[in-house]
Design a protein around this ligand. Sequence first.
Ligand code: PGA
Length: 251
Amino acid sequence: MRKNIVAGNWKMNKTLQEGIILARDLQMALSGKAVNCEVIICPPFIHLASIAAVAGTSIVKIGAQNNADKISGAYTGEVSASMVASTGAQYVILGHSERRAYYGETNAILKEKVKMALVNKLIPIFCIGEILTEREAGKQNKVVETQIRESLFELPVKEFGKIVLAYEPVWAIGTGKTASSAQAQEMHAFIRETIACKYGTVIAEETSILYGGSCNANNAKELFSNPDVDGGLIGGASLSVDTFLPIIEAF
Ligand code: PGA
């Protein structure tokens, strides 16, 4: 059975002190509750170790937002996957559209980042998704298929089986404009079929595929009720317990 997951992507928000308070409050809000999904928070790198110390438990898992495409060495300002793993983080978001758009991350670079994550036993939450003009031109399936194929389809089946995918239509991120429930389901089903063609139906059925892009307390339940939507990658609404908790409780 594939996992349902709700992951918070804090992006470049929260000081260390604010982050520790948010993580602790979330942990407290969830303890003793029946939680029907895996809950992950992805703070900035610099907060990972401190937040793992206060909230890296069985209730709340910790993830990074990136890792380097190299093992180690003279790469000023970069953070390696082994460094991320050494903080207690278990997940890493890779291929987020903001990384692709603002920091030039290509499918080829992301292929290396995924390898580094997996070698260090981090679970990649690998983001894919089309921009508005691509959707308007009806090219969304082709774009998403290419992103998956070029970055992930050289992985052996055992390694691919560890990956979580996150479909995030770029036009829905931070815009308040969500993909409709039908649009999300249609794309998620296409992604699962793409995986099945390459790795077989067993792996495809076991892969968690999250939706991301203006997911919030009002739309989470409907989005998550789709058979191929296994949770969400949440940006803005993950920055306070009040807005994040109802999304977790949508399961
Ligand atoms: P959003 O961001 O929920 O603020 O739209 C989602 C994401 O970028 O992961």
